[in-house]
Design a protein around this ligand. Sequence first.
Ligand code: LCS
Length: 401
Amino acid sequence: MEKCEEYGFATRVIHEGQGNNPHGALATPIFMTSTFCFENVEDGMQKFAKEKPGFVYARSGNPTTAALEAKCAAMEGGEAAMATSSGMGAISSVILSLLKMGDHIISGDTLYGGSDFEMHQIPSYGFEVSRIDTTDLACVEAAFRQNTKMLYVETSLNPTMKVNDIKGLAKLAHQHGVIFVVDNTFTPPPMCFPIHLGADVVVHSTTKYLNGHGDIIGGMVVTSAELMVGIRGIGLTKICGCPASPMNSWLVLRGMKTLDLRFRKHCENGMKVAQWLERHPAVSSVFYPGLPSHPQYELAKRQFSEGLFGGMVSFELKKPAQMSRFEATEKVMNSLKLFSIAVSLGDPDSLAEFPAGMTHLVVPVEEREAVGITDGLIRLSCGLEDAKDLCNDLQQALSVI
Ligand code: LCS
């Protein structure tokens, strides 16, 4: 497809990046091969030296994966993309290839537990890390040091659903000459386009909404052609060695054809569930950026496109008189019938998880409690079922306390 900004997102995400497939195949074939044969020695040498385009070895590139990368680069508005075997692979490829020993990273104090764990681990590799409240721009401004090289945040925080001001953070990062990396997993297009808001690098766990069917693990990095040289050449290929498999790339390509349709339904269900929970007497707080009660509702309305606020909803139970908050959480979650008790998100099936004991168990207790990841917090990934069935399921589960 010719690049055309006038097409709507649903059209673009289906057609953009669509390559010329062998035999005129409409769907990109799955190229299951480890290596690619050269016409002769000169051809191989030229491809290795990047004097000639072409694939050489599937750790550094594969045609099925390249089609997915082209689609993701076009979708996010970047020049280049790189698919990895997991979201963590994408994050590590970016950090380990763009920074060197002695460099300083400013990171959000609330991130997906695995990312937060990485921020706790990498000082042992010689990086300095400040984990701070990135939703407070003054706090971010105060955190820059002489050796700061990267600002790393999530658009909408996992699992507290606070919202980072991407435009404001991009401005600060660039005033200080720092690379701004945004994890857009919770708020994929058509909801949020961090590169348009000033991000230098966008990462995704494609495990979630981009694939959308809960059957693979994958990651994606989207950035400029210049930054990608190091991220692919060093991060993916040499250090992490974590390419996406052709089979998984094909599944994500297929999933993305329905991203617009699916994501709007996730958002519709997220909004209905959040509004319903807010009226329930057993619930003390609901954290969803689309509710006027959310402290950053105005920012969310400005930053997120087309009135979309996502499919992720967190909520806290009131402490019942006769049991602890943890006991209440456990009872409610164990009573759910449609929501599966499972981590991950963005699947057709609705999921419920307990961040303090699951995704964020690795975060030190005092740190997680300080940011609101308490024994009473439940995180929901609202799937694609009928919203009224999801609310009825929550109703019967909440009636047990
Ligand atoms: N970034 C975010 C915002 C995530 O939520 C996750 C995984 C990752 C990165 C890592 O991606 P992965 O390597 O798993 O593909 N989040 C999970 C979650 O909230 N529950 O289970 C996994």
